[in-house]
Ligand binder design. Structure first.
Ligand SMILES: Cc1cc2nc3c(=O)[nH]c(=O)nc-3n(C[C@H](O)[C@H](O)[C@H](O)COP(=O)(O)OP(=O)(O)OC[C@H]3O[C@@H](n4cnc5c(N)ncnc54)[C@H](O)[C@@H]3O)c2cc1C
Ligand code: SF4
Ligand code: SF4
Length: 1018
């Protein structure tokens, strides 16, 4: 493979010389020497091509070191082969600094521990792959300490990456007023680094640990000191360029600070010692409304005089974007009147103290000129979190706005002195207007740092030319205002070419020298920050981007009907790499593999269409990347830009297997409705073969079901059979269709019975469509989309009159309800029947809580542990379920347990079993085991209940409808004794005549089969 080379030790921009790397030899030697993982396959490399930036470069290969020695060894071997090296953390960088034609060393999987906390000295030693929140949470709980700079990516960005980028955040203001300073470089005490030549150094204030380096740095500093003092802007957020100012005597010749922000171009960080600051336990959030964002910006300095912990700005465009995209728009009413806002956080030892500080500022602002139009103070934790969500919606709300062109990074984090912020914002908006660019303007106003995401055209030659010209003018503007081209995201490739405007040619020469002192071979992250690749090269889109048009089943209505566009939707924010909370992404949470993030999967599909690295829908790499996607829909809800991986996976599988046989589970589980339909004729026979040894093992092997799994038994009588055999008790109330899904109808009809009875007691006339009707839920998981469409067409036909009449459809199985709410309209967004059915369909609890007017639920005063189904969370949320249970009088603990790990047939499959169990064991299963014996475990999903039952918890979860039934039957005290689920109504049985007839046939069939087996075994 060809990599750039540096004949004169300088990178000519663009590179003029190249040298060959023996990639196979490199891979071989790395594999032999490194204890961790070495991955050079196309599917592995595709995952690390871009980060969150506009750029794309294919790495040479990936090393995932298990130990620090692994890093050292990997560097040695790369040096032997003259291969470039790039450090990698969460990969959330926006400026192109975390992709390169290099061996990528991913620190995040294993090297992610806290080494030591010295609370007295307020220092923490950490490995580079440690996620920021994984330090903040324990030090906060144990010592009331925290780490100052907190990027918005705090729950998945790593210390190595924060040091690489010289990160900042909302609480940079806190670190500025109450700690060592606003940027990462101010908060780093000491670094252990590895140089490309193999030297391992502990660098800090005063020394690098290497006399030669110290000497050369001192010499460099002395020669450039005047120019540094003259040209470095004195602002809180100067992130662009190398921190040569930290070498000045008045800054203590701080080499750790100088290496911070070098974006992997000088050294790899092996360990860091960082400063901690006191974390005031009480916080109050003051929200100030102004006429517009400029007015808000004009008053930042007045606010800063009150020494808050954070001061953020939001404009009206962001609020409009949030409304259009539907992100957190429910919280917009919490803002005061106005069109430009400042969110100001105060801290104190008590609520009174933090409130008092906020009130003092309010009083002062009221008196001053240009007082805010309105102000609101929040000190309740939940409310405060909601208001912060408005600010944090930033990138998610602005990337893909319906009806507007896509937006990109490129000029998204410039910073100016806070006192000139208003002036800068006015001129920036005017300049953008000249180019017909639009964006919300929001960000860390207290530090003068502005976020924006502009609608650049990065696909046509004229568009790219215009983009480049805008950047020139914007850079001139920021320099004119005494600012910094980057105020927190770093230079990478998207800003680096502009640095001469800010620093001048002499300091650019000093940067070259600085890099050469650390990395004389220019092998660390070459072409970034100094002597960079041009801004318009290596573009991920660019003029060559021409993905093939794909004829799809799904309409991809939010992506202009394009599968390709749907794969570009992932903008690399990396939220799918968080390790706790929410649903997305369960498989990553247990494997910690980039491949198993939503991002990894989206990237793989993008590369598949691009064709250079992975080729086409038959690609095994792409199939493998999607294999551990549970289709839980977590990403559709939790991803800030709503990457819809289940839809992409389903579409992919339909193409991947077009005209070919699918794996066995696709038929065993995908067609479960058909199997259940047949089995329901003779459930005892079916159960004999699926539940009795040795037949069950044969069946499991045939269906590729893991031996530890238990195949659910078919009910003796279906829900529809039960309904047909009972006397009608329907009154004349409003007609409601109860959707008898496959799982409820054939496997757990007792849930359906409980739902029918609850609906009838609430006064509804319950109708269950007769005959075999299925939403096709399992078909999506296996990409059997022709059949899925046929199923839905049948549903629309059969329910046509009711759909037209507006009859509500109530489902007890969340995943089936989700088909009508989601997949149906993804397939046919313009079909009126589909749209109506989607809107008329309700989850059971949602319907009972919100539509059963005048109905009072029976009382049940107990504790309940609630696990929400992930499809339920993605299609409306489980708030109504929780409030319904609370209305019963239950004390509900809602688990933040994500996906149970079963996910339909997915968790039954042999190859998924371990991950399935690990997902369940993350939170749900331990919580169920720990629950008191008289606590009711509530889970509306059939899969979730099966996972709980099959994993040795000793508990059986109940559906909300069954909980209502318990309340009705046993009154407020509920059933006596432990395990309330034992008191739930049993599965309905077949009537005596029917049962006898069935039994006779069953005995015959079973005896025959057993005899046959016995004969064969002999
Ligand atoms: C939506 C969004 C919001 C963001 N908000 C903020 C914000 O508020 N503040 C902010 O500062 N940034 C922000 N960022 C940018 C980015 O998230 C941060 O800079 C973050 O700290 C990067 O961490 P990471 O682990 O993802 O690093 P990566 O992206 O993996 O790496 C960052 C740089 O560090 C280098 N690096 C990684 N590990 C090492 C190592 N061990 N040794 C040497 N170099 C290494 C990489 O090569 C790269 O150059 C945001 C990004 C997004 C997408
Ligand atoms: S899938 Fe969503 S959350 Fe994950 S990186 Fe992409 S945009 Fe971010
Ligand atoms: S559907 Fe679930 S498992 Fe699949 S990518 Fe989305 S969050 Fe991850």
């Amino acid at each position: 493979m060809r990599v750039p080379a540096y004949p004169d030790r300088r990178f000519a921009s663009p590179p003029t010389a190249f040298e060959e790397v023996d990639v196979r030899g490199l891979e071989h030697d790395l594999t032999g020497a490194v204890e961790g993982e070495v991955r050079f396959k196309p599917g592995d490399r595709a995952l690390y091509t871009t980060g969150g930036s506009n750029y794309r470069q294919l790495p040479i290969g990936i090393v995932i070191p298990r130990t620090t020695d692994d890093v050292v060894e990997a560097m040695r071997i790369c040096r032997d082969y003259r291969a470039p090296v790039l450090g990698h953390g969460g990969g959330t960088s926006l400026a192109g600094q975390c992709c390169n034609v290099a061996v990528v060393v991913d620190f995040s999987k294993y090297l992610n521990q806290i080494v030591d906390i010295d609370a007295e000295r307020r220092l923490a030693r950490v490995q580079p792959g440690l996620i920021l929140d994984h330090l903040r949470e324990p030090v906060e709980q144990q010592y009331e300490l925290t780490f100052g700079p907190d990027p918005s990516t705090h729950d998945h960005c790593t210390f190595g990456g924060m040091i690489g980028n010289n990160s900042c955040g909302v609480r940079s203001i806190m670190a500025q007023f109450y700690g060592p300073g606003p940027r990462m470089s101010d908060n780093v005490h000491e670094l252990e680094v590895l140089l490309y030549d193999g030297r391992r150094l502990r660098v800090g204030k005063g020394s690098s640990g290497d006399p030669e380096i110290d000497h050369r740095l001192t010499d460099l500093r002395d020669r450039y000191a005047d120019e540094i003092r003259r040209r470095y802007p004195d602002i809180p957020r100067r992130v662009s360029g190398y921190n040569l100012d930290d070498l000045l005597p008045e800054r203590g010749f701080d080499i750790a600070a100088a290496l911070t922000g070098t974006e992997s171009t000088c050294a790899l960080v092996l360990e860091a010692t960082v400063h901690l600051v006191h974390s005031p336990p009480s916080r109050s959030l003051l929200v100030l409304g102004y006429e517009d964002e400029y007015e808000a910006a004009d008053h930042v300095c007045e606010v800063l005089d009150a020494k808050p912990l954070g001061c953020e700005g939001v404009d009206a465009v962001l609020l409009e974007d949030m409304k259009s995209v539907g992100i957190h728009d429910e919280y917009l009413t919490m803002l005061p009147d106005g069109h430009g806002f400042l969110l100001v956080e105060f801290g104190g030892e008590t609520k009174d103290e933090s409130d008092e500080k906020a009130r003092k500022l309010m009083a002062q602002l009221k008196k001053g000129a240009g007082a805010p139009t309105d102000m609101k103070l929040y000190d309740d934790e939940e409310q405060t979190a909601h208001v912060w969500q408005v600010r944090e919606a930033g990138l998610g709300a602005t990337a893909f706005i319906p009806g507007k062109p896509d937006t990109y990074e490129g000029w998204e984090d410039s910073a100016v002195p806070p006192e000139r912020l208003g002036e800068y914002l006015r001129k920036l908006r005017k300049l953008a207007g000249k180019y017909e660019y639009e964006s919300a303007l929001y960000g860390h106003y207290g530090n003068g740092c502005v976020h924006a995401r502009w609608n650049f055209d990065l696909r046509s030659a004229p568009g790219i030319k215009t983009f480049r010209s805008f950047l020139d003018e914007a850079a001139d503007l920021v320099v004119e205002h005494g600012g910094s081209i980057s105020g927190e995201h770093g230079d990478g490739q998207s800003k680096a070419e502009l640095l001469p405007k800010m620093f001048g040619p002499d300091l650019i020469e000093a940067f070259r020298e600085f890099k050469s002192i650390w990395d004389p071979d220019w092998k660390l992250n070459p072409g970034k920050v100094v002597d960079p690749y041009p801004i318009t090269s290596n573009l991920r889109l660019g003029t060559d981007y021409d993905p093939p048009a794909v004829k799809t089943h799904f309409a991809f209505p939010n992506d202009h009907g394009s599968f390709a566009h749907a794969t570009t939707r992932c903008v690399g924010i990396g939220k799918c790499r968080h390790t706790d909370g929410g649903v997305m992404c369960p498989s990553f949470m247990v494997t910690r593999e980039e491949k198993h993030t939503t991002r990894g999967r989206a990237r793989t599909l993008w590369e598949m269409l691009n064709g250079e690295e992975i080729d086409g829908f038959r690609s095994e790499e792409a199939k493998e990347a999607l294999d551990l996607c549970l289709s839980c829909k977590g990403c559709t809800n939790d991803c800030p830009v709503s990457v819809d991986m289940p839809t992409l996976k389903s579409e992919f599988l339909s193409h991947h297997y077009a005209g070919r046989l699918r794996p066995r589970p696709a038929y065993a589980f995908g067609l479960i409705d058909q199997a259940a339909r047949v089995a329901s004729k003779l459930p005892a026979v079916a159960n004999f073969f699926t539940q009795t040894p040795p037949f069950d093992a044969v069946f499991k092997r045939a269906a590729d079901v893991h031996p530890e799994r238990k195949i659910p038994a078919f009910a003796p009588v279906t829900l529809k059979g039960w309904l047909a055999s009972r006397p009608s008790s329907n009154g004349g109330g409003r007609r409601v269709i109860l959707w008898a899904d496959t799982f409820t109808n054939y496997l757990e009809p007792e849930v359906g019975v409980a739902a029918v009875e609850a609906l009838e007691r609430a006064g509804f006339h319950v109708v269950v469509p007769s005959g075999h009707l299925c939403c096709g839920r399992p078909l999506y998981d296996y990409g059997m989309l022709d059949m899925a469409e046929a199923y839905l067409r049948k549903v629309l036909r059969r329910l046509r009159e009711d759909i037209r009449a507006g009859t509500p459809v109530v489902g007890v199985e969340p995943s089936c309800v989700a088909v009508f709410k989601d997949e149906l309209v993804q397939l046919w967004p313009n079909d009126e029947g589909a749209q109506r059915l989607s809107k008329q369909t309700h989850h059971f609890a949602e319907f009972m809580a919100e539509r059963a007017e005048g109905w009072e639920p029976p009382l049940l005063q107990r504790k309940a542990l609630l696990h929400g189904h992930c499809h339920h969370k993605a299609t409306g949320g489980i708030d109504s379920e929780k409030s319904l249970l609370e209305k019963l009088g239950l004390q509900v603990e809602e688990l933040d347990s994500g996906c149970c790990g079963m996910a339909g047939g997915w968790g039954y499959e042999t190859g998924h079993y371990d991950v399935s169990i690990a997902c369940g064991e993350r939170k749900l299963l331990p919580a169920v085991r720990d629950a008191a014996a008289d606590t009711i475990v509530v889970a509306d999903g059939f899969s979730c209940r099966s996972q709980i039952e099959q994993t040795g918890t000793g508990r059986r979860a109940l559906h909300t409808a069954q909980v209502l039934e318990l309340a009705r039957k046993f009154g407020p005290a509920g059933p006596s004794g432990s395990y309330p689920e034992h008191a739930a109504a049993p599965r309905p049985g077949a009537g005596p005549v029917r049962a006898a007839a069935r039994a006779a046939v069953a005995v015959g069939v079973i005896a025959g089969a057993a005899g046959l087996t016995y004969a064969r075994l002999r």
